[in-house]
Design a protein around this ligand. Structure first.
Ligand SMILES: [Zn+2]
Length: 411
């Protein structure tokens, strides 16, 4: 058989994804599989079972990243790698992350059953805590592995209940022996849903991201003065929640004010003591700013600092702004990006070039190895929600593009 005629098994990919969607299934048809939770452990156990079934060499590193390796004819050459993440957002979808891991698994199964001889080793990877919703920051596993984050700092990151990444890795039995330290990688491919509306809008099956926008995360802590609401007159109050309200609207107005292609969001807020008859004494909220233009984001950060301090002073509610995460915008490898486009064309899939507005493990990977991503359409552009959906035929198309990207690179 001509290797160019090789295709993945779309039905098998579908049933694998459906089986994974049972782990942490929600009543609304989504998935709740937070990083290092019991559900994450179950999904990891199943992945490892599947990796062993096709005789891959399995390794778990000290960050809980899982690797499955297929040897190559020239086994000491740097490998071709592909994967994504198994963890989900709270009440998230059935495709985000898991498609990239199951897609790579399906590629490995196809290569195995057709007894394809690969020159370079091929590796599949599941990165720990990509979502960053239980433990911030996002992309912690790939961040440590690529040397962009400190292992012990990552271990000490806590969830809302004070549980640490290090402890939770141990609890679920995934604090592995191998060092979370990068090795040379020849090419890294990540298949992922688009998570936006563009591919659907232009009616194309395959998205070819040129790169990923820069992302910054901030935590804002406001100190007000809690008091009984009735006897305390309006004058002279120090209402932390009202301060936050003003700041949040400032965040919303920021992209229009800065110009360019920027989005800014406050997605999480904690009000204390959160009682209807107490003036809010403390508020913590998060800010997420994204743009392709890093200097513009620098200026936006300055604007925000100044604006927040003004509000804090005016309302006499001191505010502390902590920058907890920053990644610069990331252009992908030109050669691999072109390769994704050529392969999509050879397979007869209409493709479209775009920029990823979401962060992915590929962000860190592209800083240490030639990297490209393959997007497939999200129905209605919805993601990080239970209704997140992608047509099975599009999952299959993405899997086929991934197959030939990996085959060409590992040939
Ligand atoms: Zn993802």
């Amino acid at each position: 058989m001509d290797i160019r005629d090789l295709r993945i098994n779309g039905e098998r990919l579908k049933s694998t994804l459906e089986r994974m969607a049972e782990i942490g299934r929600t009543s609304g048809g989504g998935v709740h599989r937070l990083a290092l939770s019991d559900e994450d452990k179950q999904a990891r156990d199943l992945l490892i079972k599947w990796l062993q079934e096709i005789e891959l060499e399995v390794a778990v590193d000290e960050m809980g990243n899982i690797f499955g390796r297929r040897a190559g004819k020239k086994d000491n050459l740097p490998p071709v790698m592909s994967g994504s993440h198994i963890d989900s957002q709270p009440k998230g979808g059935r495709f985000d992350g898991i498609l990239g891991v199951m897609g790579a698994l399906e590629v490995m199964r196809t290569i195995q059953e057709n007894q394809i001889e690969n020159t370079r080793p091929i590796m599949i990877v599941d990165w720990t805590n990509e979502e960053g919703s239980r433990f911030s920051p996002a992309m912690a596993g790939s961040g440590v592995w690529t040397g962009k984050l400190e292992r012990d700092w990552a271990y000490a990151r806590k969830d809302f209940h004070g549980k640490k990444i290090g402890e939770e890795l141990e609890r679920i039995g995934y604090k592995g022996q191998a060092l979370a330290k990068r090795w040379p990688v020849y090419a890294y491919f990540e298949l992922h849903i688009e998570q936006g509306p563009i591919l659907e809008r232009v009616g194309k099956k395959i998205g070819i991201p040129q790169g990923i926008v820069g992302i910054r995360w901030y935590d804002v802590f406001i100190e007000g003065k809690a008091n009984q609401v009735g006897p305390t007159p309006m004058e002279g109050r120090n209402d932390a929640l009202c301060s936050a309200a003003e700041m949040i609207l400032q965040v919303e107005a920021l992209p229009a004010q800065m110009g360019g292609n920027m989005v800014a969001t406050v997605g999480e807020i904690h009000n204390d003591p959160n009682s209807r008859n107490i003036i809010p004494g403390q508020v913590h909220f998060t800010v997420d700013i994204r743009s392709w233009d890093d200097p513009l984001t620098d200026r936006a950060e300055g604007e925000l600092q100044t604006g927040f301090q003004k509000i804090a002073t005016k309302r006499n509610c001191p505010a502390r702004i902590e920058k907890i995460w920053k990644v610069e915008h990331t252009p992908f490898d030109e050669f691999l990006v072109t390769q994704v486009g050529k392969i999509a064309a050879q397979l007869g899939y209409p493709s479209y070039s775009l920029v990823s507005g979401a962060g992915h493990d590929a962000t860190y990977m592209s800083q240490v190895a030639p990297t490209a991503m393959i997007f497939v359409p999200s129905i209605g552009g919805r993601s990080h929600v239970e209704v997140e959906n992608t047509r099975w035929e599009d999952c299959e198309a993405g899997g086929n593009v991934l197959l030939h990207c990996i085959l060409q690179s590992a040939r």
